[in-house]
Design a protein around this ligand. Structure first.
Ligand code: BEZ
Length: 221
């Protein structure tokens, strides 16, 4: 059975968190949210990830994107661990909530289980999953990393900027490899040249490729 994937509605779970009870759909509200899991509290890579995410919180806020962590440790453990995370990055404040999932039902429903990573009792831990959820509560993009690989928050931010750019242009543009804000986007294959001329008054440039199919068109966004 495939788990939660792009286009699926994020389960509307209600869980305890370091900032009180959270119902996921209410938390997402009318904007975007990043829901990200980590294997366990008081572990090295996770501590660096949570601190890194705290450092990016302002950038996500500017874009109207909320952050929501989750792992299977309980709220009391999360609260103690936050002291370590903030001490690891002096001056930082972890402003986003971390949800607790001690019985591990939520991580299953959110497709965040790492079958290779187990606790001392042999029960599966969460993977480093990250779902970017849109205002319609569906999953727009997911990262799925194993415990050994910490995520790159620059890439999370870049992915958010790509999604927001595509959404602003109603799906008529997409962002190419290694795109970053300020770079040109590409015009989607469903858009004819005629429509593209109307949509992009500054014009567009078509790459001259051997097939002459004219499908790779760049435009300013
Ligand atoms: C870590 O965060 O470093 C970690 C957590 C679980 C398993 C392996 C590494």
């Amino acid at each position: 059975m495939p788990g939660l994937t792009i286009g699926d509605t994020i389960p509307n779970l209600e869980l305890d968190s370091t900032q009180g009870r959270i119902r996921i759909h209410d938390f997402v509200g009318d904007g975007y949210a990043i829901i990200f899991s980590h294997p366990a509290d008081f572990t090295p890579v996770c501590t660096t990830e949570m601190a890194a995410m705290a450092g990016y919180a302002e950038e996500f806020k500017k874009r109207g994107v909320k952050l929501l962590g989750i792992s299977c440790d309980d709220v009391a453990s999360h609260k103690e661990w936050i002291k370590d995370i903030e001490a690891f990055k002096p001056g930082s404040k972890l402003t986003y909530p971390i949800m607790a999932d001690p019985d591990r039902n939520a991580i299953r429903e959110l497709n965040m289980v790492d079958p290779d990573e187990k606790d001392a009792r042999g029960v599966s831990l969460p993977s480093r999953t990250l779902h970017i959820v849109g205002p319609d509560k569906t999953v727009k993009l997911s990262f799925l990393y194993p415990a050994c690989t910490g995520r790159n928050m620059d890439e999370v931010l870049r992915a958010v900027d790509s999604l927001l750019t595509a959404a602003r242009h109603k799906g008529k543009v997409a962002t190419p490899a290694n795109w970053k804000p300020g770079d040109r986007a590409v015009i989607g294959p469903s858009v004819s040249d005629e429509e593209a001329r109307k949509l992009f008054p500054d014009g567009f440039e078509t790459a001259d490729l051997p097939s002459k199919k004219g499908y790779l068109r760049f435009t300013k966004v």
